[in-house]
Design a protein around this ligand. Structure first.
Ligand code: NDP
Length: 475
């Protein structure tokens, strides 16, 4: 998508390619066109088990003090039956439904009705109306980038309530965590099902729809590329950012408040976790315009994977460390706290700088400096769906010369730091680093497969110049 980031589509096109042009290959968007048995099996597995996995983790904290093995041992030894566990699980409540509806409606309101004003007074911040990448059908969508503003307003109101208005307790999220899980699931399934129906009957852009012929695959991976309601309500941008990522820091704050209520203090591990994950969340919103150029927006279709994932998987499983720390408050010694903080900050620095280097390089078409020098790169070309040939560049300087996905490596270092705040008593808080390692390694392979089919021989030249994926000299 390189050229898309630098110039308008009409300017990108250099010439029409011929059929026997060996330097270019058909660019691919989204996931596989052909559904192989492995993809189908994985999808069926996830559709059936992902909601259970989330329930299992949350239930293990609620009923077993965050032990992942005790529920299994209890069930296998006949100590408890599934129905015993289920009977002790809090059900859907009116309070949870009301709070959740209010929360989502408020985020919709902030997203749709409050145009961005942050970019008017925050130097360097890119907000307001921004263009996304070119879709397979050649559409360039416009987005209202106002996530930072929504995050700030939501958090100002949260603190105003906690310290002055006292309309609800700041522990409200923790106190209703399982009833809210049912609400999040209802929304996750409703939005995914709606997106599927919409893809069939009233798509935003029919030429950007992808039907594989397999119902489950289409439901999970999505049909529409950029489903929208009206001009501005974009499903991908809203669901990833708002119920998912704005909620992330609020959930952590609620956990901190619960620690305060239960133990009369907030541990340094909880503060560290709130700070490190807070930086990650703020980074996302500060760079929301950049997010329009990431794989989620540029290549993935909107289905259950994004819809349910953003409503349930992200807020429930990305925040497990904070939940764990409510049940097991950990006070880190100074050396450990400094070590974890350093790991988290170095990871964040690598993550941000790597993403920044690519963004700068692509935005300036290579007319920039990376680590004080003119960047080195590999020229490449590809053919789009309309048969036109486009040119692009693959950076081989800076962190992009160390490994092909060093941004993922930084992300993984940060993820490990979050987990380490919880000590080593249980494995549950380490779920996040295990999951992120699988997610980002799989993403690495998926992305490289796509880049190879996009750039062909040029991609091979690039992988020869930068032979490692995540860790120089190792992988
Ligand atoms: P990248 O930002 O790495 O984008 C990959 C794309 O960049 C490729 O498809 C290719 O696109 C282009 N590219 C690849 N190599 C080069 C190069 N050498 N020079 C220039 N362009 C290149 O991946 P993501 O969108 O997956 O991730 C963005 C960030 O989001 C990452 O830091 C990741 O860690 C983070 N992330 C976090 C997740 C979470 O759940 N916390 C989930 C997913 C991502 P093109 O077609 O334009 O050439």
């Amino acid at each position: 998508m390189a050229a898309h980031q630098q110039k308008k589509p009409s300017e990108e096109r250099k010439h029409r390619s011929t059929q026997n042009d060996t330097q270019t290959s058909q660019v691919q968007w989204g996931r596989a066109w052909e559904v192989d048995w492995f993809s189908l099996a994985s999808i069926l597995f996830l559709l059936m088990f992902a909601p259970l996995i989330v329930y299992y983790f949350v239930m293990a904290c609620d009923q077993y003090q965050c032990s992942l093995t005790d529920p299994l041992i209890d069930l296998l030894t006949g100590n408890r039956r599934l129905s015993d566990i289920w009977d002790k699980t809090p059900m859907l409540t009116y309070r949870a439904v009301g709070s959740y509806t209010l929360w989502v409606s408020f985020q919709v309101f902030l997203y749709v009705f409050i145009p961005d004003f942050c970019h008017k007074f925050l130097p360097g911040y890119v907000g307001g109306v921004q263009e996304g990448a070119v879709t397979p059908a050649g559409v360039v969508n416009k987005y209202e980038i106002n996530g930072l503003q929504a995050w700030i307003i939501t958090h100002v109101l949260w603190f105003a309530n906690a310290y002055y208005f006292h309309c609800f307790s700041p522990t409200i999220i923790f106190d209703n965590w399982i009833p809210l899980l049912w609400c999040a699931n209802i929304l996750g399934y409703a939005v995914s099902t709606f997106a599927m129906i919409k893809g069939y009957f009233f798509p935003t852009n029919a030429r950007d729809c992808k039907f594989t012929g397999n119902f489950f695959y289409d439901y999970m991976m999505g049909i529409e590329f950029n489903p929208r309601i009206g001009k501005w309500f974009d499903f991908k941008l809203f669901f990833n950012g708002r119920p998912g990522i704005v909620a992330w820091t609020l959930i952590n704050l609620s956990y901190a408040a619960k620690q305060q209520e239960l133990y009369g203090q907030v541990t340094n591990s909880m503060i560290l976790l709130n700070v490190l994950q807070g930086i990650y969340v703020l980074d996302y919103f500060w760079n929301e315009a950049w997010y329009l150029k990431t794989i989620d927006i540029c290549h993935d279709h909107f289905g259950w994977y994004l819809g349910w994932g953003d409503c349930v998987w992200l807020p429930y499983l990305y925040t497990l460390q904070g939940l764990y720390l409510v049940y097991h408050p950990v006070q880190l010694c100074t050396a450990n706290a400094i070590g974890i903080l350093t790991l988290g900050l170095v990871g964040y620095y690598i993550f941000r700088m790597t993403n920044h280097q690519k963004d700068l390089f692509r935005r300036t078409d290579g007319n920039c400096k990376i680590w004080g020098k003119k960047p080195e790169y590999i020229e490449c070309s590809y053919m789009a769906a309309d048969g036109a040939k486009y040119y692009s560049k693959l950076l081989t300087s800076g962190f992009w010369g160390w490994a092909r996905h060093f941004n993922y490596t930084g992300d993984l270092m940060g993820s490990l730091a979050y987990c380490l705040t919880c000590g080593f008593e249980h494995i549950l808080p380490y779920f996040y680093i295990v999951y992120m390692t699988i997610l980002l390694t799989h993403r690495c392979v998926r992305d490289e497969h796509r880049c190879f089919s996009k750039y062909g021989k040029d991609w091979k030249r690039y992988t020869a110049a930068v032979p490692y994926r995540l860790i120089p000299h190792i992988f």
